[in-house]
Design a protein around this ligand. Structure first.
Ligand SMILES: C[S@@+](CC[C@H](N)C(=O)[O-])C[C@H]1O[C@@H](n2cnc3c(N)ncnc32)[C@H](O)[C@@H]1O
Length: 401
């Protein structure tokens, strides 16, 4: 019992937001058993469906048994999608093309379905020192979905290191050219990076980690790519499970004219570590927290370091079967997360409390915290409102035993 609960706790303590939500709680998705395809089906259009072009492939230099191909479907989402991945991963991802893609923004409706807001809540504007950025055009409520987007380019993270650079660039260009409008991607390029190629530059400075069929990939979301980073962001990214879509949700109330920001990195890191991680995007962060006074930054660093340490201490307390200490530490993490306005940490802290009480046999407290966790997850837009969720979550605690 202790080992699986602490494995779960270790997993949540090392990530930043509730992306490992139980599959049973996530919106349903259908899976088929598609066959892998590659350039050997080149002259048989029926065989390479649902892709819009015959897949072109490159053998991996590092591993001769592996090849990477570009698979494009020009009609997916608003601008099509190109994936550079292995034929096996592409085959296992075909079902993602069936998802219903929302427009970048959908009118907000009241309970009786009349439209309350007919305009997007944001616009893209020049942002001094940061290129462009996204600002709110009206008051945005906490937990309101602000923007939807679907990946335009998805790239296996192994690909860049596995092929010859010039060949790799060729496949990248093909991926961009096979989109409905390649310009939408190319205009995301910035001139201040070390990249030798525009598509590489776009991917380096704009992509998010996006698992595909369980394999590590990076994804480019052109609309979301306009949102700048902040270390104390007012919005967060919600990756839709088993899909190529992402939405941006308000983490707190956002005033008209305020910049909409997300965090590109785990939010609990202290400032020096954050700057190191952000160097991957090729910039020094100039968000309000990084520009705040030395003492304000030091206080924030102190709290974030404590949050990180205490999340590990919770794991140790559970392993030592010290439930009282684990509960005390988790409440302290919750308190500091609220002071730091790291709202995305809150549902998992409630779930941790629920698990600790469940293991201790206090089912009433466990149920209370499990419900609080689900309520916040629902409020943050991660899960549907389904009455059976509480039971499913509590049952999963038993499966841990
Ligand atoms: C994903 S893009 C964001 C949109 C970008 N500003 C644009 O004009 O398209 C990431 C780039 O924006 C800039 N940027 C984002 N957040 C920033 C921040 N907090 N401080 C300084 N520059 C930032 C950096 O140049 C970074 O490489």
């Amino acid at each position: 019992m202790v080992s699986s609960t602490s494995e779960w706790l270790t997993a949540v303590a090392t990530r930043q937001c509730p992306e490992n939500i139980l599959p049973a709680l996530q919106p349903p998705a259908r899976f088929g058993c598609p066959i892998p395809i590659d350039e050997t089906v080149e002259r048989e259009p029926v065989r390479y469906s649902p892709w819009s072009y015959p897949p072109s492939c490159l053998d991996s230099v590092a591993n001769p048994d592996t090849k990477y191909c570009v698979f494009s479907n020009s009609r997916h989402g608003s601008n099509g999608v190109s994936m550079i991945t292995t034929p096996e991963t592409a085959a296992n991802s075909v079902e993602l093309l069936n998802e219903r893609i929302s427009a970048h923004w959908e009118p907000r409706r009241s309970m009786n379905n009349s439209i309350i807001e007919s305009e997007p809540a944001y616009k893209v504007v020049p942002m001094p020192g940061k290129g462009r950025g996204v600002v709110a055009t009206r008051l945005i409520r906490r937990a309101e979905p602000i923007m939807y987007d679907s990946a335009s380019v998805v790239l296996d993270t192994q690909f860049p290191g596995s092929v010859r650079q010039t060949d790799g660039y060729e496949l990248l260009h093909q991926a961009a050219d096979q989109l409905a409008d390649p310009e939408l991607v190319l205009t995301l390029g910035r001139t201040n990076t070390m990249a030798a190629d525009i598509v590489e530059d776009v991917l380096r400075t704009n992509s998010f980690s996006t698992p595909l069929a369980g394999e590590p990939h990076m994804g480019l979301f052109p609309e979301v790519s306009r949102i700048n980073h902040a270390c104390s962001p007012n919005a967060f990214t919600r990756f839709m499970p088993r899909s190529l879509a992402v939405s941006i949700i308000a983490g707190r109330e956002i005033q008209p004219g305020e910049e909409i920001t997300i965090s590109y990195i785990p939010v609990t890191k202290p400032s020096a570590e954050r700057q190191r991680l952000l160097s991957r995007w090729g910039f020094n962060c100039t968000c309000s927290l990084c520009k705040s006074s030395k003492s304000a930054l030091a206080s924030s660093d102190y709290r974030r370091t404590k949050i990180e340490t205490m999340r590990q201490d919770v794991v140790a307390a559970v392993e030592a079967r010290d439930g009282t200490m684990a509960v005390k530490l988790t409440h302290e993490v919750l308190r500091l997360a609220r002071v730091e306005r790291l709202e995305e940490l809150i549902p998992e802290q409630y779930e941790i409390l629920a698990r600790i009480y469940w293991v201790a046999g206090d089912k009433e407290s466990a149920t209370k915290y499990a419900k609080m966790s689900l309520d916040v997850l629902e409020e943050q837009g991660y899960i549907d409102n389904r009455p059976e969720h509480l039971e499913v979550l509590l049952r999963s605690f038993d499966e841990d035993k």
